[in-house]
Design a protein around this ligand. Structure first.
Ligand code: ADP
Length: 452
C-alpha cells in the first residue's frame, strides 16, 4: 500500500475512533438525563394520583372514577391487587392492557419498551378504598425522550460525516504535499541509477522546512560524490600518464638490450642503469600514490600529543646525514606540543625538508614558533624558488614546476599533495612564499595540543 494511502487511512481511522468515543459519551449522558427527567415526571404523576385516591371517609369517594382524570394521554393507570389481578385499568390504548401486571409494596420506577414505544413506569403501594394495600401502576409514554434521542442520533451522524469526509480528503492532500519531494528524490535517484550520471533535484534554497533541507542535503551529497568521482578519474588518468613515461623508458632500453646489449658492454651498462633508476622512480611513485590514497581519510589517524621540536630535530638530522647538508632548526620554546599522528607529521616534515634540499644547494632554516592557539613551522631554503604563476598549483597532484628539473631530482609531483592531505587531516593550514632565484619558505600551521 502506498505511503500516502497509509497516512490518510491511519489519520481517518484515528479520527473515527475519537469521534465514536466522543459521540458515545454525549449520547449516553444525554440519554440518561432525558430518561431521568421522564421517570421523574411519571413519579410526580403517580404521587398526585396517590394523593387524590387516598380514602377520605366520605361516601361519594370512588377512586376508580377519580383515576379517569389522572390517566396520561396514550398512557395507562392500573391498580393491582396482591394476587396480581387488576382492580381497575384506565387507558385509551387498549393494547396496553396486555402488559403483564406486577404487584409490589415498594416504590419502583423503570423504563420499559412495549410494541416499540418507550414508557416511564412507576409502581407505588397505596391503600385502596376497602383498606387493602394495592399497587398503583402508572405508564407514561416517553414521547420527548424518543424525539430527543432520535434527533440527537441524526445530529451526531451528520456532524461525524461532516468531520470525517473532509478530513479524509485533507489527509490525502497533506500526504501528497509531503510526499511530493520524496517522490522527486526517488525519481532522481532512479534516473541516476539508470543513466549513471550525477543529477540534482530542484529545491527552494531559502526554505527552512525539513523536506527542502532533505533536498539540499541530497544535492550536497551528489556534489561531493561528483567531485570525488572526478578527482578519482583525474587521479587514475594522471597516474597512468605518469607511469607511462618510465615504462616507455624501460621498454626502449630493454629493446636496445635485446638487439645490442650482449655485444656492447657500454650499451649494457647504460641500459641496466636506466632500467634500474626508472624502476626505482616507479616504486617511489607507487608508494607515494598509496600514501596519498590513505591520507585522505582521517579515520585511520593515530592521534596523540606530539612533541614537535623533537620530531623536527630528528627528521632534520636524518636528512643532514643523507644529503650531507646543513639544516638549522630554531625554536624559542623547548616544548611545542600538537595533537596529531606522529608518523604522518614526520612524513610531512620529511617532504618539506627533502624538497628544500632538492631544490637548493645551500643550507635550510627551520623555524618553530607559537602563534596564538597554533604552532607554526617555517621551512626556508635559498634555492631556485617557484614562479608566481605556479605557486597556487604546487599542492595539486602530479604538478611539477619544471618537469625536466623534477625528473632530474626524481620528483613525481605528489609530495606536496601528500603534505597538504596530512595538514588537512590535522585541521591545519599550509602555504608557500617564494621568489624565483631567491628561495622558498613553506609555512605549516597546526592547532596546539594539550600541554603545548
Ligand atoms: P616533487 O616530487 O616533484 O618534488 P612536490 O609535490 O613535492 O613534487 O612538489 C611539486 C613541485 O613544486 C615540484 O616539482 C617543484 O617544482 C616545486 N617545489 C616544491 N618544493 C619546492 C622548493 N622548496 N623550491 C622550489 N620548488 C619547489
Amino acid at each position: 500500500m502506498k505511503l500516502s494511502h497509509r497516512i490518510s487511512l491511519f489519520s481517518t481511522f484515528f479520527l473515527l475512533i475519537l469521534l465514536l468515543l466522543v459521540n458515545m459519551s454525549i449520547y449516553f449522558v444525554f440519554e440518561s438525563q432525558t430518561t431521568n427527567a421522564e421517570l421523574n415526571r411519571a413519579v410526580s404523576r403517580a404521587h398526585t394520583i396517590v394523593e387524590a385516591i387516598r380514602p377520605t371517609g366520605m361516601e361519594s369517594h370512588n377512586p376508580s372514577e377519580m383515576l379517569q382524570a389522572y390517566v396520561p394521554g396514550d398512557g395507562m393507570v392500573r391498580v393491582i391487587r396482591e394476587n396480581g389481578r387488576p382492580i381497575v385499568s384506565v387507558t385509551k390504548e387498549l393494547h396496553l392492557n396486555d402488559i403483564e401486571t406486577m404487584y409490589t409494596n415498594q416504590e419502583q420506577m423503570e423504563k420499559a419498551n412495549f410494541d416499540g414505544s418507550y414508557y416511564a413506569v412507576v409502581r407505588t403501594p397505596v391503600i385502596w378504598s376497602d383498606g387493602s394495600i394495592v399497587t398503583l401502576e402508572v405508564y407514561e409514554p416517553m414521547v420527548f425522550y424518543e424525539e430527543a434521542v432520535s434527533t440527537l442520533q441524526i445530529i451526531l451522524i451528520v456532524a461525524s460525516l461532516l468531520i470525517i469526509v473532509p478530513s479524509f480528503f485533507a489527509g490525502r492532500a497533506l500526504s501528497r504535499f509531503i510526499l511530493q519531494p520524496i517522490k522527486a528524490l526517488v525519481a532522481t535517484m532512479n534516473e541516476i541509477r539508470e543513466q549513471g550520471t550525477f543529477k540534482k533535484i530542484e529545491v527552494r534554497e531559502q526554505s527552512k522546512d525539513e523536506l527542502d533541507q532533505m533536498g539540499i542535503s541530497f544535492n550536497h551529497m551528489i556534489d561531493l560524490l561528483k567531485k570525488n568521482f572526478e578527482r578519482q578519474q583525474q587521479f587514475v588518468s594522471d597516474a597512468s600518464h605518469e607511469l607511462k613515461t618510465p615504462l616507455t623508458v624501460i621498454e626502449s632500453y630493454a629493446r636496445l638490450l635485446k638487439r645490442w646489449g650482449m655485444q656492447k658492454p657500454d650499451v649494457l651498462e647504460e641500459a641496466v642503469e636506466a632500467i634500474f633508476s626508472e624502476s626505482q622512480r616507479m616504486k617511489e611513485m607507487t608508494n607515494q600514490m598509496l600514501a596519498l590514497a590513505t591520507d585522505d581519510s582521517a579515520a585511520h589517524s593515530n592521534v596523540s600529543p606530539v612533541e614537535l621540536k623533537k620530531i623536527v630535530e630528528e627528521t632534520a638530522h636524518k636528512l643532514e646525514v643523507a644529503f650531507q647538508r646543513d639544516i638549522n632548526v630554531q625554536s624559542q620554546w623547548e616544548r611545542l606540543v600538537v595533537q596529531g599522528d606522529e608518523g604522518k607529521l614526520k612524513q610531512l616534515l620529511f617532504i618539506l625538508l627533502e624538497n628544500g634540499l632538492k631544490y637548493s644547494d645551500e643550507k635550510l632554516d627551520v623555524v618553530l614558533a607559537e602563534k596564538g592557539e597554533s604552532v607554526e613551522i617555517a621551512v626556508k631554503d635559498y634555492g631556485v624558488g617557484i614562479p608566481d604563476e605556479d605557486i597556487p598549483r604546487v599542492f595539486e597532484r602530479f604538478f611539477r614546476v619544471d618537469k625536466a628539473r623534477s625528473r632530474k631530482t626524481g620528483g613525481s609531483g605528489l609530495g606536496l599533495a601528500i603534505a597538504k592531505g596530512i595538514v588537512d587531516v590535522h585541521m591545519g593550514d599550509i602555504r608557500v612564499e617564494s621568489l624565483e632565484g631567491v628561495g622558498s619558505t613553506f609555512f605549516v600551521t597546526l592547532p596546539k595540543g594539550e600541554g603545548g
